[in-house]
Design a protein. Structure first.
Length: 184
């Protein structure tokens, strides 16, 4: 078994267990918001991420930091879940578990994740237009945008929805024109 398969075999049951607890308490979206906050915190602090994933860090120290950072800010069920991860020495999988929970929540809410790559920061009107277009294409109830900037695009956007890629960038148009000219 590969490392990814082993991780998935561990990550999925934990995320599904968290989802089950959240569903039975009617707090799936609240836990989803808390999970998003945890992911943002892990992405913004390499020190915190390293601290939590380090197997040599004592469980008491990890619990203390999590209590200070999160106990009063997140759902009690999620906090207890984090303590369980510490006890079971699974904090190195926290980020993957959170991402899988978000994926489960999207399925539950019929929400599509659309990754949007643009040459410049999108304004709110542009974001709403992309959301409307993705909803029209996918018939999803909601669309969650993950926007990033790629200065090499020159202009336009690239939208990734699952394995589907819609390239409406100037770079993509130039590439298609070059291909058609070379084949002619």
């Amino acid at each position: 078994m590969t490392q990814n398969a082993v991780s998935a075999a561990i990550v999925e049951p934990y995320a599904e267990a968290l989802m089950s607890v959240a569903q039975s308490n009617n707090i799936t979206n609240e836990v989803g918001e808390d999970v998003r906050g945890i992911l943002e915190m892990l992405q913004s602090s390499d020190d915190l991420k390293e601290f939590l994933t380090n197997p040599l860090t004592k469980a008491e120290a990890k619990k203390g930091v999590l209590e200070q950072l999160l106990q009063s800010k997140i759902q009690p069920y999620l906090f207890n879940f984090l303590m369980l991860l510490v006890d079971r020495r699974r904090t190195f999988l926290l980020e993957a578990i959170c991402r899988h929970y978000q994926s489960l929540l999207r399925k539950l809410n019929n929400t599509i994740l659309a990754e949007v790559i643009s040459a410049i920061e999108l304004n709110e009107s542009q974001r709403q237009q992309i959301i409307a277009k993705v909803q029209q294409m996918t018939e999803a109830n909601q669309v969650e945008l993950a926007a990033s900037i790629d200065k090499d695009l020159i202009g336009g956007v690239i939208i990734k929805i699952g394995s589907e890629v819609l390239d409406a960038s100037i770079r993509g148009q130039l590439r298609r024109m070059t291909t058609s000219l070379m084949s002619a």
